[in-house]
Design a protein around this ligand. Structure first.
Ligand SMILES: Cc1ncc(COP(=O)(O)O)c(C=O)c1O
Length: 322
C-alpha cells in the first residue's frame, strides 16, 4: 500500500506502554510517497515546486556519506524531471566504491561532488554558492536535510494532520530541526511538540528557532528539544543496546526503525515509560491528594498544575519520519 498525505496514525499495542499508563500512537510518515519516503517528501516537494516555478533546471543539495536526504532528493528530482547534484562531505570518498546510499542516489541520476571538510564548512558562503552555480548552472540550492523555509512550511501539514488525534504531546526526532519547526507550527493550541536530539554537537533548539524565524517570521507553537536521545556518542553512532532495542521493536511490531533517528527517540521514551511505571502509582496518589487539598482550600473544583511532560494518562504520538 502506498500513501500520500495524510499519512496513517496507528496505535501501538505494547505491554510496556500499557503498564506505564499512557497511549502511544505512531504517525506513519514512513509510508508516505515511496520511493522518496517519509517526512523528507514533505520538505522536498515544496522545494521542487519552487525550483520549477522559478525556472531552475537543477536542484543542488548537501549531505554526509550516509545521507537519507541525498537519496531522497535524487529520487524526488528524478520524479519531477529535475537534474540533481549532491555535494557530499568528505573528499576521501572520491574515486572509491559508493556505499549503498550514494549508489542509490547515483542510480537515480544524482551527480555527486565530494568536498573536503574545510570546503564543507564554507558550503553556504556566497563564494562557495557562486562556484557551485558556475559549475552547475541555475541551480536551486537546498540545505542539508531539506531544512529551509520551504521545507519547514511543508512540515506544517504534519502538525495539522495530528490536530484531532487526541494527543497532548507529539514527539519527533531532530537532526536539523526542520521537521520540529514545521510540526510545532501546525499543531492545535494545547498540543506540544517534543523533539529528541539525534546528535549532541549542535544547539538544536537555536537552529529550530532560526528555522521558524525564516519560515514564519517568528516563533510558532509550543515546543522543546530533549537531549536524552543524544547520549549515544553523537550522530549516527550505534551501540549494542540500541541495536538490541531496535531488533526487539521490529520483532514485536514488524516495524524496522531508522537506526539514526527514531530508534534513539523510542529508546528514550521507553526508558521513561519504565520510570513512569515504577512511579505511576505513587504519582497518581500524590496527584489525587494534591487535588483534594486544593479543592478543600479553594472550596472549588480547581485543577492542580501538571508538572511532568509525560504523565500517567498522557496520549502521545511518535512521528516515524522515514
Ligand atoms: C528518519 C528521519 N527522522 C528524523 C529526521 C530529522 O529531521 P530534521 O532534519 O528535519 O530535524 C530525519 C532527517 O531527515 C530523518 O531522515
Amino acid at each position: 500500500m502506498t500513501w500520500s498525505a495524510p499519512s496513517p496514525v496507528q496505535e501501538l499495542d505494547d505491554e510496556r506502554v500499557r503498564r506505564a499508563g499512557v497511549r502511544l500512537l505512531l504517525k506513519r510518515d514512513d509510508l508516505l510517497h515511496p520511493p522518496v519516503s517519509g517526512t523528507k517528501w514533505r520538505k522536498l516537494q515544496p522545494n521542487l515546486e519552487l525550483a520549477q516555478r522559478e525556472g531552475h533546471d537543477t536542484l543542488l543539495t548537501f549531505g554526509g556519506a550516509y545521507s537519507n536526504h541525498l537519496r531522497a532528493a535524487a529520487a524526488a528530482g528524478r520524479e519531477a524531471g529535475l537534474r540533481t547534484v549532491g555535494v557530499v562531505r568528505g573528499d576521501e570518498l572520491r574515486g572509491r566504491e559508493l556505499n549503498p546510499v550514494l549508489a542509490q542516489a547515483a542510480a537515480d541520476g544524482m551527480e555527486l561532488e565530494f568536498v573536503s571538510r574545510a570546503q564543507w564548512r564554507r558550503r553556504m558562503e556566497p563564494e562557495s554558492l557562486d562556484a557551485f552555480r558556475r559549475r552547475y548552472g541555475r541551480a536551486w540550492v537546498v540545505p542539508e536535510g531539506g531544512s529551509n523555509a520551504e521545507g519547514v512550511r511543508g512540515c506544517v501539514a504534519l502538525g495539522e494532520e495530528l490536530r484531532d488525534c487526541g494527543a497532548e504531546l507529539v514527539c519527533c526526532s531532530v537532526g536539523t530541526g526542520g521537521m520540529l519547526a514545521g510540526l510545532a507550527a501546525g499543531l492545535a493550541p494545547g498540543q506540544r511538540a517534543l523533539g529528541f536530539a539525534a546528535l549532541g554537537h549542535a544547539d538544536l533548539a537555536a537552529e529550530t528557532r532560526a528555522l521558524q524565524q525564516d519560515a514564519f517570521g517568528g516563533p510558532r507553537g509550543d515546543w522543546a528539544v530533549d537531549d536524552a536521545a543524544a547520549v549515544f556518542g553523537g550522530y549516527g553512532r550505534r551501540t549494542p543496546e540500541l541495536d538490541a532495542f531496535r531488533a526487539d521493536f521490529e520483532a514485536r511490531h514488524g516495524l524496522a526503525l531508522d537506526p539514526t533517528y527514531e530508534t534513539k527517540l523510542l529508546w528514550a521514551l521507553f526508558t521513561r515509560f519504565v520510570r513512569l511505571e515504577a512511579g505511576a502509582e505513587a504519582g497518581a496518589e500524590a496527584k489525587a491528594g494534591a487535588k483534594a487539598e486544593a479543592k478543600a482550600e479553594a472550596g472549588t473544583d480547581a485543577e492542580t498544575a501538571e508538572p511532568a511532560v509525560i504523565a500517567h494518562g498522557t496520549t502521545l504520538v511518535v512521528v516515524v519520519a522515514g
